[in-house]
Design a protein around this ligand. Structure first.
Ligand code: ADP
Ligand code: MG
Length: 750
């Protein structure tokens, strides 16, 4: 009897396996069929011929035509990947990850994360820890740890059957800051434009690439614009200015006639790109576009979030089937909208059809990001709540209705004060057109603009100002300087940044001792450039060497780079969450040290998930911080900074922080507002931002640490009465320790 049973089981297994296999096969066949229906497909051969004939091509095609997912595959099929990788840049990390996942699916290969999620490798312990959703194969439970034979920082693949952990070698990979899912087997590499920019540092002739596709060029992000200048320089010109001690110069000027450069964009004004690249040919992919009916509000909306929710419900009950896409400005707004929508639909019960709410923003966990692409079940309707990412980077099929409140979050920088802030800003007409277009991809669509036709015509700019003209350039200047590009005024920018901003960046780098008086990179600057962080953060790390607390400082830097998603504050348990958070602030240590305490306490519990739950801390963010920290530790080694620890010397830690952030110091006023020490800039307090990190400092530290920047008189006169009220802060935001844990953002006020 036993044999029969075993036999049966065996047969069953065989049957399931082959069923699964054939399902996978037909799914792949279906995907191949789908590829052929994309607007770009009929132009495949023509496009490949054009790429073959020209070194630089501008490709224009409407969003969804298949540029991002198909062109790299065509190049692979045509053999370009035999001599090097095809790199494709995206302005956003979510887009790079999501597109890589899609393309690996279409090619029938696995992408790291689908197999195992990220496993966290620690160089200290030589072990790999598994994320919460992957049970540790050795039976150590969720979040277990396996020791590896040799150190390795790649993505790992977990073989569930054998419990073996193997370095994963993705064929289609992606690379975003602090997360590299590629290997030497990777042939199609999707990456953020910022990552390609960093690769220039190590490989200025892009030797590993046969084709570079700068995608979404119309977005004109800072990194994209700089990449333009660099690829143009490295391929067409000898660079005219030399930095005598730069070792890369010979490489960057090396002529690479074999490197193909594709600039792809979703907008039709490609002439500008063509002009810039010496009249490169423009290849147009005719799109299919259905008419889109545009509706405006009769009067301006006082509360666009509420108006958006009302519009969703109206569409849902009055309009024929079709999914809805709403453009909001960020995670917080998306979460609020989601909550209001759930509340309002709950009351309606079964009176209305099912409404599936799908948020998408940069910090959303990868598993949930995939949800927006799942087909909507019959009878239901999907509402996608998206940031600008859905404007051109991601295409979601089935959208028939677009709701456009007319805003996005934009970086804005005041070169005079050096203050940078993320502001909710009206979009441009070009953006409004793109957004509306998202509803007419597969059939006629409707776009509901939550502003008036008069607003549209008279208040919106025609085009979004390129980021390079409205941002802090310190990071970019440091990168260019370390590439040996000395003469920034004559650098061939497509649209040059305001000279005031360039000057400000040079000033800041000089203040941080990254540049000397001649504007040349110093040893400190060279070290700083190795870190993929803002110069102030890199300086803080480099300075920690002197104060013998690099161990603590990289933990703080890692926690800061995770953003404001460490603390979890559910609406119904805010008091508990705030109390838990207060525990890390005992002794008024300041936010940076509090973050360090959080990290170290978590580490002490052996990275316990339970501990995170109990303390209202997001496990996911902590794991990311750990990952970032491991990488920073690796970089310390590269710049020859020893890992040193002074856990009890809070002054040493604060002095390191001050070494990076002294230009951001402010003094508390009697009325509760702040004034920056350097420019006496009054700053306003805004009660709802979570971006700020503040640490108190002793006034004389400023003079001790930055004697070239602050004089005694800057701090002296108020030293006695205000000795405890000076602080350094991250970005243009300040938090005060006065009223509980209110998070207070500060904006420059002129
Ligand atoms: P373009 O770059 O021209 O805007 P894409 O190559 O991004 O176009 O998209 C082509 C098609 O691939 C779209 O119709 C979209 O539906 C599909 N697609 C892209 N990414 C994904 C994804 N992550 N999941 C499912 N479908 C996707
Ligand atoms: Mg695209």
């Amino acid at each position: 009897k036993a044999t029969v049973e075993e036999g049966d089981k065996f047969d069953d297994e065989l049957a399931t396996e082959s069923l699964e296999e054939s399902n996978a096969k037909s799914a792949l066949e279906k995907l191949q069929e789908d590829r052929k229906t994309l607007p770009i497909y009929p132009y495949r051969d023509e496009l490949l011929k054009a790429i073959n004939d020209h070194q630089v091509i501008i490709i224009v095609g409407e969003t969804g035509s298949g540029k991002t997912t198909q062109i790299p595959q065509y190049l692979h099929e045509a053999g370009y990947t035999k001599h090097g990788k095809v790199g494709c840049t995206q302005p956003r990390r979510v887009a790079a990850m999501s597109v890589a996942a899609r393309v690996s699916q279409e090619m029938g290969v696995k992408l790291g994360h689908e197999v195992c999620g990220i496993c966290y490798y620690s160089q200290n312990s030589g072990s790999v820890a598994f994320p919460a959703n992957v049970p540790c194969p050795k039976g150590l439970g969720v979040g277990g740890v396996i020791t590896l034979k040799e150190p390795c920082t790649a993505i790992f693949q977990l073989h569930l059957e054998t419990s073996e952990v193997e370095k994963f070698q993705p064929l289609v990979g992606y690379s975003i800051r602090f997360e590299d899912c590629t290997s030497n087997k990777t042939v199609l590499k999707y990456m953020t434009d910022g990552m390609l920019l960093r690769e220039f540092l190590g490989e200025p002739d892009l030797a590993g690439y046969s084709v570079v596709m700068v995608d979404e060029a119309h977005e004109r992000t800072l990194s994209t614009d700089i990449l333009f200048g660099l690829v143009k320089a490295s391929r067409f010109f000898q660079l005219y200015s030399y930095n005598s001690f730069n070792i890369f110069m010979d490489d960057i000027a090396r002529f690479r006639p074999d490197l193909k450069l594709l600039i792809s964009s979703a907008t039709l004004d490609a002439e500008k790109f063509s002009d810039y690249f010496d009249s490169a040919p423009i290849f147009k992919i005719p799109g299919r576009r259905f008419p889109v009916e545009i509706h405006y509000t009769k009067a301006p909306e006082a509360d666009y979030l509420d108006a958006a929710v009302v519009t969703v419900l109206q569409i849902h009950v009055t309009q024929p089937p079709g999914d809805i896409l709403i453009f909001l400005t960020g995670q917080e707004e998306i979460e609020t909208a989601e909550e209001i929508m759930r509340q309002r639909t709950r009351g309606l019960g079964t009176k209305i059809a099912e409404l599936i709410i799908c948020p998408i923003y940069a910090n959303l966990p990868t598993e949930l990001q995939a949800k927006i692409f799942e087909p909507t079940p019959e009878g239901a309707r999907k509402v996608v709540l998206a940031t600008n990412i859905a404007e051109t980077s991601l295409t979601i099929d089935g959208i028939k209705y677009v709701i456009d409140p007319g805003f996005c979050k934009m970086n804005s920088y005041n070169p005079r004060t050096g203050m940078e802030s993320l502001l909710v800003t009206p979009i441009s007409k070009a953006s409004a057109m793109q957004r509306a277009g998202r509803s007419g991809r597969t059939g006629p669509g409707k776009c509901f603009r939550l502003y008036t036709a008069y607003n549209y015509l008279h208040d919106l700019e025609d085009n979004t100002i390129p980021e390079i003209q409205r941002t802090n350039l310190a990071n970019v200047v440091l990168t260019l300087k370390s590439l040996g590009i000395h003469d920034l005024i004559n650098f061939d920018f497509m649209d040059p940044p305001p000279s005031e901003a360039l000057l400000k960046a040079l000033e800041l780098l000089f203040a941080l001792s990254a540049l000397n008086k001649l504007g040349e990179l110093t040893k400190v600057g060279r070290r700083m450039a190795e870190f993929p962080l803002d110069p102030m953060l890199s300086k803080m790390i480099v300075a920690s060497d002197k104060y013998k607390c690099s161990d603590e400082i990289i933990s703080i830097a890692a926690m800061l780079s995770v953003g404001n998603s460490i603390f979890y504050r559910p609406k119904d348990k805010q008091v508990h969450a705030d109390n838990a958070r207060m525990n890390f602030h005992t002794g008024n240590v300041g936010d940076h040290i509090a973050l360090l305490k959080v990290y170290n306490s978590w580490k002490e519990t052996n990275y316990s998930t339970q501990w995170c739950y109990e303390n209202y801390i997001q496990v996911r963010s902590m794991k990311r911080a750990r990952d970032v920290r491991d990488q920073l530790e690796g970089l310390l080694e590269r710049v020859e900074i020893e890992l040193s620890s002074s856990p009890n010397d809070l002054d040493a830690i604060k002095k390191s922080i001050t070494s990076g952030f002294f230009p951001h110091s402010a003094r508390l006023q009697k009325n509760g507002s702040y004034k920056t020490v350097k420019h006496s800039q009054t700053v306003h307090i805004h009660p709802s931002s979570g971006l700020s990190q503040v640490t108190e400092l002793k006034p004389d530290w400023l003079v001790e640490i930055a004697p070239h920047y602050y004089q005694m008189k800057d701090v002296e006169d108020r030293m006695l009465s205000f000795s405890l009220s000076l602080c350094v802060y991250l970005r243009a935001c300040v938090r005060v320790l006065l009223k509980g844990l209110n998070i207070i953002a500060v904006q420059a006020c002129n």
